[in-house]
Design a binder for this molecule. Sequence first.
Ligand SMILES: Cc1cc2nc3c(=O)[nH]c(=O)nc-3n(C[C@H](O)[C@H](O)[C@H](O)COP(=O)(O)OP(=O)(O)OC[C@H]3O[C@@H](n4cnc5c(N)ncnc54)[C@H](O)[C@@H]3O)c2cc1C
Length: 461
Amino acid sequence: MSVASFDVVVVGAGLAGLAAASSLSAAGASVLILERKPFVGGRAYSYEHPTLHEEIDCQHVLLGCCTNLIDLCVKSGVADRIRWYDELTFLQPGNAPRTRLKPGGMPAPFHTSFDFLRAPMLSMRDKIAIARGLMEFLRGYPQNDNESFATWLKRTGQTEGAIKHLWEPVIVGALNDSFENCSTKYAGQVFHESFLKSAEGGRLGIPTLPLSQFYSYVAEQCVRQGAELRLSQSVTALNRDGDAWRVSTSEGDFAAHNVILATNFHQTGSLLPQTNLAFQNFKNAPITTVHLWFDRQITELDHAVLLDTGIQWLFHKSRIRGWAEERGSYCELVISASFEQLHQTREAIFSNALRELAMFFPAVNEAKLVKSGILKEARATFSVTPGLDAYRPKQETGVPGLFLAGDWTATGWPSTMEGAVRSGRLAAEALSRSAGQNLRFFAQEPQAAGLMKWIAPASKL
Ligand SMILES: Cc1cc2nc3c(=O)[nH]c(=O)nc-3n(C[C@H](O)[C@H](O)[C@H](O)COP(=O)(O)OP(=O)(O)OC[C@H]3O[C@@H](n4cnc5c(N)ncnc54)[C@H](O)[C@@H]3O)c2cc1C
């Protein structure tokens, strides 16, 4: 029986798969994307909740230094659905004054110095320790990932206030695990790229559409370029058939000269049972989000870092999405590295979260809670544990016509949307090289600004 044949089958319509498919279909390849779920976006997904009657997602944010993700959004026509913020607000429970960090008139790396020096959440000792610590990442971040960030904090004499009010919210938020399970390399990258290198690199971007709607723009762009997208079609086996691949799915088989496996490491392991990839070295970390709909506004802030409590970040989604005030407040609370919450009941998570939220915003006590929901994502990200780089595979596998993509492959980035897009583009470039072409799909790397043009032109130590 003859089967439909393609230049490339991309397995998985997460950001890695979509990025690879977008690059290759733009270059004229015939591409089939197979996705086992009924929506695109992979872990950056949204879905219609059956009882809440809302399309919900776990808020994903990007930074100005995510140049490949931004480029993909620009090319797909969805970049104007990202709302950009220059300012971060840090709140302590009670009436403590707010800390606001935003770029002022000074050149990078001093662009936030004015606000940093005034920050009420930090004592002078904390500020001196932080400034000393940041000096280590001024010229770049280590290429070697053997040291844990916990060791670094000790080595650089960080104070308790500096840890609790700056290093922890930023690093646990960005890398989603404890300091012991994050390498200094990736923690340093976060601070170098987003705090020091330029004001632009640290801007916070928040999609204003539910995530699967947002990323359907990328999928539609692939289809306009000639790619075929099949949802709810799970790949069950990959077999070499002569000089091509036979891709078996729940709905039938396809033939392809090349396969890009853009799945996470668990799924890749089950589709490549004979592989010698060291999956056992990868560890997942969870994220829990609490969704609350109030009958009125509980704060004028769009988002905030919540200090000294279990809830870590507030996204005021009704404001971010531009709802009319009369519709009330839709708030999402994010708990990163939520290992503890994985074992707690929904009632316990919910009542803690509500109590803690009221410590920051007393209006919560007067507002009526209209509805609520909790999302627990046990395998939200992989942890950049010290030494993991040695086990992150390249996109080129050495097996003819087989390429890997996914945030967990070797990208030089942690488990993020930018890392996923980079992996997809790297896989597409590797495929193009194997076909004797040398197509480049990468966007320009984040650029240094101000004095950083001279201090850190290359960024890696
Ligand atoms: C709650 C949460 C919050 C996060 N917050 C952020 C954030 O703020 N910023 C950020 O940058 N990142 C964030 N991340 C991480 C980010 O979502 C991931 O790094 C990124 O989406 C990974 O993309 P990927 O394409 O590599 O993998 P995935 O998204 O896992 O995509 C793999 C795809 O392959 C499909 N698939 C698997 N097996 C098969 C099969 N056999 N056949 C067909 N299809 C298959 C899957 O269904 C999936 O769609 C967050 C993640 C979560 C879960």
